[in-house]
Design a protein around this ligand. Structure first.
Ligand code: ADP
Ligand code: GLC
Length: 520
């Protein structure tokens, strides 16, 4: 199949979270399975530092934004060590900025325009390069307009097409009536897939931004693009795509309920026949404890056989690197996270002091984001310098070393569409302690007596997002660490043997694409 994957970020070119990991690992896995996959994303500043050459395609993007024309350039590269092409939509005024979506916590005012430009560019790229595309796979709100443009403007046979007004929303731009032109066959064959990685981030803008999209106002209705008087780009993706997916089976169920639906549960329930939950995989080359360049001197790599010998060395090196006393006997707790209310880290800040005093535990905390949380962790580190080390930074190599050196990895998320760090942790023999929600519930099996005996426990879990529940699970985990060392080792072995590689999930996406292509 010919698959074009559109995303606002993809590692290693640009990353703010797990979206970037998935938007590189999944296309690469699909390509390894024999499909013809390309990725397209914005050309942010920094993409040139990845170490692969980036070239111009010589093609100019000519995009209508409201009543203006905005030009862009189409660049081309590939993911490192692969042949998977990556196209970049270049328009420096939009994308050469400090952050991807915001600066110092404040969203860019023109985010709607930035991603209108990107989405239109994706559709235009197909004809500029004469790309054969069977599946156009869009991800999250930044790409939500793509299925809408495909259906309403680019397909000659669209059921949404308004034939009475061929230039609707486009002023005098004849070039932009692509319907029934020579390019129509390129688009008519395409099916669209839209993946929700996080329902909370919806790309909501004031309604007059509808004019920027160039789409007819008749789509500004409660069953398509309108959401409580605002324009909602995630909802647009949900309502216009042929098939919807989200990143774990549990989250696919949860988002149809009031508690997790972010006021879109009705729309999602309406589309439940085409909504699928496919668990994310992990890139087992990048996250490979047996061969991890981030763990080179003074760190060591380890695999299932050498884990009990070498992981303690990683722990020691981590304590050194983070300025904590080298204490092999105390549990070392790891956190690598965006600081966002989603992640439930406020619960940890309430309990950290108590845990330090009662159990002598150490923490290494790597994260940035919410300034309140940054302040709280900073404060905790100053109160307990021997036990709590905090780095308010985004560092890929550090995150590898935390995964390798910690004993227990904490993810008390209030909601978690999938979560990748619990799977990275398991692969590094670091037991995750998680709240049972979304993908965490689909990947972590609690270390209860019964589950340990059955040989299936691979972490620790709690139910309610309360300090009480978290504390109970934590006390049990600490008891296992200190007093049931054999059980702990057994769980480490089970966790490390878990196969979270992309191959299985990529196959599920491929099957889904195939089914879709067979439908009329
Ligand atoms: P989310 O996408 O909601 O942030 P995931 O668990 O799916 O959650 O993915 C988070 C990704 O971002 C992981 O690859 C994690 O290692 C990475 N990450 C988050 N914060 C940091 C940080 N401060 N430094 C390095 N990597 C980070
Ligand atoms: C989102 C979610 C996270 C998921 C990631 C990749 O950022 O918060 O749970 O793993 O996307 O799908």
């Amino acid at each position: 199949m010919n698959i074009l994957f559109a995303a606002s970020e993809a590692a290693p070119f640009a990353k703010t979270g797990g979206l970037a990991d998935v938007c590189s690992a999944l296309p690469i896995a699909l390509s390894e399975q024999g499909h013809n996959v390309s990725v397209i994303m914005p050309a942010y500043s920094g993409i040139e530092n990845v170490g692969v050459p980036i070239e111009s395609t010589g093609k100019t993007l000519t995009i209508p934004i409201a009543d203006r024309i905005v030009y862009g350039e189409l660049l081309k590269s590939h993911f490192p060590n692969t042949n998977v092409p990556v196209y970049f939509v270049r328009h420096d005024l939009y994308y050469h900025r400090e952050g991807l979506y915001n600066s110092r916590g404040v969203d860019y005012q023109d985010n709607c325009e930035r991603f209108v430009f990107f989405c239109r560019s994706v559709l235009e790229t197909i004809r500029l390069l004469n790309l054969e595309v069977d599946i156009l796979h869009a991800n999250d709100w930044q790409t939500g307009l793509i299925p809408a443009y495909l259906q309403t403007m680019y397909k000659s046979s669209s059921k949404f097409q308004d034939l009475s007004d061929p230039f609707a929303g486009f002023g005098m731009l004849e070039d932009y009536d692509v319907r029934n032109t020579k390019d129509a066959p390129l688009y008519d064959r395409i099916k669209s897939v839209f993946t929700i990685h996080n329902l909370r981030h919806q790309g909501r803008f004031w309604q007059w931004d509808m004019n920027l999209t160039g789409l007819d106002w008749k789509y500004f209705t409660y069953d398509k693009m309108e959401f409580y008087d605002q324009l909602n780009l995630l909802k647009t993706g949900i309502t216009f795509s042929d098939v919807l997916t989200t990143v774990s089976p549990r989250y696919a169920e949860e988002i149809q309920t009031e508690g997790f639906g972010e006021r879109l549960q009705g729309v999602l329930r309406y589309r439940r026949e085409v909504l699928h939950g496919i668990l994310n995989g992990i890139d087992t080359h990048e996250w490979d404890p047996a061969n991890d360049p981030a763990l080179s001197d003074p760190y060591v790599c380890f695999d299932q056989n050498s884990v009990f010998e070498n992981k303690p060395k990683c722990k020691k090196a981590l304590q050194q690197e983070w300025g904590l006393p080298e204490r092999p006997e105390v549990p070392l707790l790891g956190i690598v996270s965006r600081f966002d209310p989603q992640k439930g880290l406020d619960l940890i800040t309430q309990l950290a002091g108590i845990w330090v005093q009662r159990f002598g535990v150490q923490f290494v905390v790597l994260g940035t984001g919410d300034s309140w949380l940054e302040g709280r962790f900073h404060e905790l580190a100053s109160w307990y310098p021997e036990n709590i080390a905090v780095r308010l930074a985004f560092s890929n190599s550090m995150s590898h070393r935390v995964e390798a050196g910690a004993d227990l990895f904490l993810m008390p998320s209030r909601y978690e569409p999938c979560g990748l760090n619990q799977m990275y942790s398991q692969r590094y023999g670091t037991l995750p302690l998680v709240r049972l929600t979304g993908g965490l519930a689909d990947t972590v099996i609690n270390g209860s007596d019964e589950n340990i005996q059955r040989g299936i426990a691979n972490g620790f879990c709690f139910h309610a997002a309360t300090t009480d529940d978290l504390n109970k699970a934590f006390e049990w985990a600490i008891h296992c660490f200190y007093d049931r060392k054999d059980d702990w080792k057994k769980m480490m072995g089970i966790a490390m043997a878990q196969d979270w590689s992309w191959s299985r999930s990529a196959k599920k996406y491929a099957d889904l694409y195939q089914d879709l292509l067979q439908k009329k």
